[in-house]
Design a protein around this ligand. Structure first.
Ligand SMILES: CC(C)(COP(=O)(O)OP(=O)(O)OC[C@H]1O[C@@H](n2cnc3c(N)ncnc32)[C@H](O)[C@@H]1OP(=O)(O)O)[C@@H](O)C(=O)NCCC(=O)NCCS
Length: 466
């Protein structure tokens, strides 16, 4: 008999739909490709609704309701699925698959945001030419409106970069194609097209916005270079940040931003974007809300927390430290009532494949292999799972992506760790905009789960009702 997990694992890795389109879509733009794919998914959803609307596919325990809805399978999110043991797959493709299949930037090797966005949105692997066309389109749309530049320039430099990013993204809705068309009275079937246009503009403008915040906070008055129409999204981003000459950092950020872009639907930022988008708020407002969820220390802020913690450890124990000393440091962190940042996960129960991909990147570059902070991350990984198992609280004693992400940036000289979550914010847009487009294409309704009071939960539990 199938268990639910084994059944989910036995599903085809990529749908026949994607394969058949992959062969003949090579010259089509992203929007044209989507136009072809959407009717098939609409039919699929229609069939599912007609045949299975009342079919029970799960149950709800009190623990789910009072435990942050953990384990409750109650969202439709098509672009990626997170398996507790295997980690993330994007339309059935693992991270190593994506590294093998998705076109890199010219002169680069790593998977990039454009090819990942294409895969997420369409379920298909783009050609190198399609990827370059998308890079060019994003570069052409990358400039910020002048009033947004002025708004961001007016923020105090002490305002957290994530607050600045969220406010800047919200202000971009001034030019929302979706909102303008909605006011004029568009048909529901046209929703996705305007949502798509907003989403592409949003992704295109994020590097300029994020880099302007970096410049204002850390290098006030420094000139910002112009967007290069021949560069990919992240190539332009590192150039604007002032690290354009650092090919290794650019490659690292390409990988990080691509593989961190989507982590199925229930994580706080993705879920927030979906919830807010479901009210027909435009993509800028929906993603702005998601960024404020990302700004929490249990979610996106963890990458800055990891670095802060690893640096404090380095200061106390020095370099070339042995495992026993790290073990003692970990216990001190736990005994002081703090979490070990970069470890644990709401869904994963094995080391995060995103962490493993970043580790592989470090192992492939001697300068990273010799970096004291990267060595400390690696040694911590060799010790922490056993300590956390012995501690006995966390359900997942293994590292998540953030255990490594910030330390690599630090090694390459991007040492302003209050800024790190902004980079995550540039990345997470890939998954969130994908869902925003699909939610409109599939006509998904406003999200509205039912809540219960404490007394009602108790009564239901006692009566054994479901
Ligand atoms: C990611 C995280 C928020 C998931 O939370 P969660 O789903 O509630 O995790 P669990 O169900 O395993 O938590 C059970 C207990 O273990 C604790 N725990 C979880 N991760 C822990 C960690 N890294 N260090 C110490 N304790 C941890 C929890 O605080 C909780 O304790 P409590 O019962 O006293 O409240 C949590 O693991 C965490 O705080 N990790 C550190 C921050 C981090 O790396 N965040 C980035 C996530 S990608």
């Amino acid at each position: 008999m199938f268990t639910r997990n084994s059944l989910l694992k036995s599903l085809p890795r990529s749908s026949p739909l994607s394969t058949s389109f992959r062969r003949n879509a090579s010259t089509k733009s992203l929007k044209e490709t989507l136009e072809e794919v959407i009717p098939h998914k609409q039919q699929h959803l229609k069939r599912l609704k007609a045949e299975h609307s009342d079919t029970v596919i799960g149950d709800v325990k009190v623990a789910n309701v009072i435990g942050g809805m953990r384990g409750l399978r109650a969202m439709l999110w098509d672009s990626s699925v997170l398996d507790p043991d295997e980690g993330i797959r994007f339309h059935g493709h693992s991270i190593p698959d994506c590294q093998r299949l998705l076109p890199p930037a010219p002169g680069g090797k790593e998977v990039i945001a454009e090819s990942m966005l294409w895969l997420l949105l369409t379920g298909q692997v783009p050609t190198a030419e399609q990827t370059r066309q998308l890079s060019r389109e994003l570069a052409e749309k990358a400039e910020l409106p002048e009033f947004v530049e002025k708004l961001v320039d007016s923020f105090p430099t002490t305002l957290h970069p994530m607050t600045q990013l969220g406010m800047g993204v919200a202000a971009l809705n001034h030019g929302s194609a979706f909102q303008a068309a909605y006011e004029k009275g568009m048909k529901k079937t046209e929703y996705w097209q305007h949502t798509f246009d907003d989403c592409i503009n949003l992704v295109a403008r994020l590097p300029a916005l994020a880099a302007r915040i970096f410049r204002n906070v850390y290098n006030p008055g420094a000139p910002l270079p112009a967007i290069d129409k021949d560069l990919d999204l992240v190539g332009n981003y590192t150039k604007l940040l002032g690290y354009g000459d650092n090919h290794d950092l650019t490659e690292y950020l390409r990988l990080y931003i691509a593989i961190h872009g989507d982590h199925e639907g229930g994580n706080a930022s993705a879920h927030t974007a979906h919830l807010v988008g479901s009210t027909l708020s435009d993509p800028y407002l929906a993603y702005s809300a998601a960024l404020f969820a990302l700004a929490g220390p249990l979610h996106g802020l963890a990458n800055q927390e990891v670095l802060r913690w690893q640096l404090a450890m380095q200061k106390e124990v020095g370099d070339n430290v042995d495992h026993e000393t790290i073990r003692e440091y970990l216990w001190r962190t736990l005994k002081s009532g703090q979490v070990v940042p970069g470890y644990g996960h709401g869904v994963l129960r094995k080391p995060d494949p995103r962490f493993m991909a970043l580790q592989e990147f470090c192992d492939s570059r001697p300068e990273l292999g010799n970096s004291p902070i990267i060595q400390l991350v690696k040694k911590t990984y060799e010790v922490a799972p056993d300590v956390l198992k012995e501690h006995g609280k966390t359900k997942n004693p293994y590292p998540n992506v953030d255990a490594a992400s910030g330390c690599v940036l630090y090694h390459y000289g991007l040492t302003q760790f209050k800024y790190y979550t902004v980079i995550f914010g540039v990345s997470r847009a890939l998954g969130c905009v994908t869902q925003l487009v699909w939610a409109r294409a599939l006509g998904l309704p406003i999200e509205r789960p039912k809540s219960y009071s404490l007394d009602a939960i108790e009564q239901l539990a006692k009566s054994g009702s479901t």
